[in-house]
Design a protein around this ligand. Structure first.
Ligand code: 5GP
Length: 203
């Protein structure tokens, strides 16, 4: 079917912090032809984070310069820091036929859908508030106030679920990963808007 010549699909994966979306994305990119976009951020690197791998760490001035030059597919302010998706890298990979994953927040997801309506939005949900709280507490990285802030933020994000195309509940990690892979596979088989080039191969 000449699939290797078709453009890749763009996936947005969002969900409140503590849902395990980062772990899910790290598993997905182990598959051939699935690339994770590296965002630019103004937040400071956490221990172990590598510039150019986890994020492109930038100053506020550098970030604003990139906005000015229209270098972002989307950008948003999350927890007082700015985050943006570099446009060119994403478009190049899609042109090469790779699927590209953006692990970004819900505001960013909605902006991507506006800019590229063909993007596929996947929402990762925790099984319940109690489990989300346990996971955030279990990380041991956040103070009780920050945890309350994150839980309130989670509900605000979940209220926008209706704007997304798919949802996956991350109860069991392996099952959740399988479900997201299933979505990526199914979208790869979706009949495109322009079917003429496919039909013509059989004429
Ligand atoms: P963290 O600082 O914990 O790495 O990320 C905080 C939040 O920012 C997460 O929800 C993450 O998905 C989101 N995020 C990371 N990169 C981007 C981006 O390029 N654009 C947007 N809109 N959100 C991002």
């Amino acid at each position: 079917m000449g699939k290797n010549h078709s453009r890749g699909n763009l996936f947005v994966i969002s969900g409140p912090s503590g849902t395990g979306k980062g772990t899910i994305c790290a598993e997905l990119v182990k598959e051939d032809g699935i690339d994770l976009s590296v965002s630019m951020t103004t937040r400071a690197p956490r221990p172990g984070e590598v510039d150019g791998k986890h994020y492109y760490f930038a100053s506020r001035e550098e970030f604003l310069e990139n906005i000015e030059k229209d270098n972002f597919l989307e950008y948003a302010t999350v927890f007082d820091n700015m985050y943006g998706t570099p446009k060119d890298a994403v478009l190049k990979r899609l042109d090469r036929g790779h699927n590209v994953i953006l692990e970004i927040d819900v505001q960013g997801g909605l902006l991507v859908k506006k800019a590229m309506p063909e993007a596929i939005l996947v929402f990762i949900l925790p099984p319940s508030n109690e489990v989300l709280r346990q996971r955030l507490e279990g990380r041991g990285t956040d103070s009780p106030e920050v945890i309350e802030k994150r839980l309130a933020g989670a509900l605000n994000e979940i209220k926008l679920l209706g704007e997304y195309d798919y949802y996956v509940v991350n109860d069991d990690l392996a099952t959740a990963i399988d479900e997201v892979k299933g979505i990526i596979r199914a979208e790869g088989q979706r009949v495109p808007a322009k079917v003429a080039p496919i039909v013509s191969r059989y004429e």
